[in-house]
Design a protein around this ligand. Sequence first.
Ligand code: FES
Length: 162
Amino acid sequence: MSGITPRAGTTPRRHVLVLGAVGVVSAASGCAVYGVDDEQAPPVDPPEGDGTPEGEAGGGANVVAGTGDVEVGGGLILADQRIVITQPTEGDFRGFSAICTHQGCTVSAVRDGTIDCACHGSRFSIEDGSVVQAASGLTPESQDPLPGVAVSVDGDQISVTE
Ligand code: FES
């Protein structure tokens, strides 16, 4: 098995996201084993459109990453979910929109304490999303910060909450 046990109230999509974030090797080896003996195969993920809103699990939380995926002093860009998870100091996880407030590019990197957009050079604080460096031709005061996204941590899982 993969070592990741489904919890009550989770959706298959959540498991896929968690596997994708922390257990690619385990998932790959699990597929080989499951193909040999169908009786021990895990439940098959239902097709899309099962009534659960996209990316949402029961209870309004959506696991998006593992805590080990986010560097202390850095961050993780989840382009598909359009969010950035940062960890300014150990154990302090924060979420922001990954959509640059200048012209809507998805931010491209997290380094040296900032979330960076490669389109026109905007840089935002990993602590509060404030503008550290505005886009070319703008001042920090004239550009909006990255909006915050509420996140919570349960064990080693980071969830986006509503
Ligand atoms: S869209 Fe990000 S700096 Fe212009």
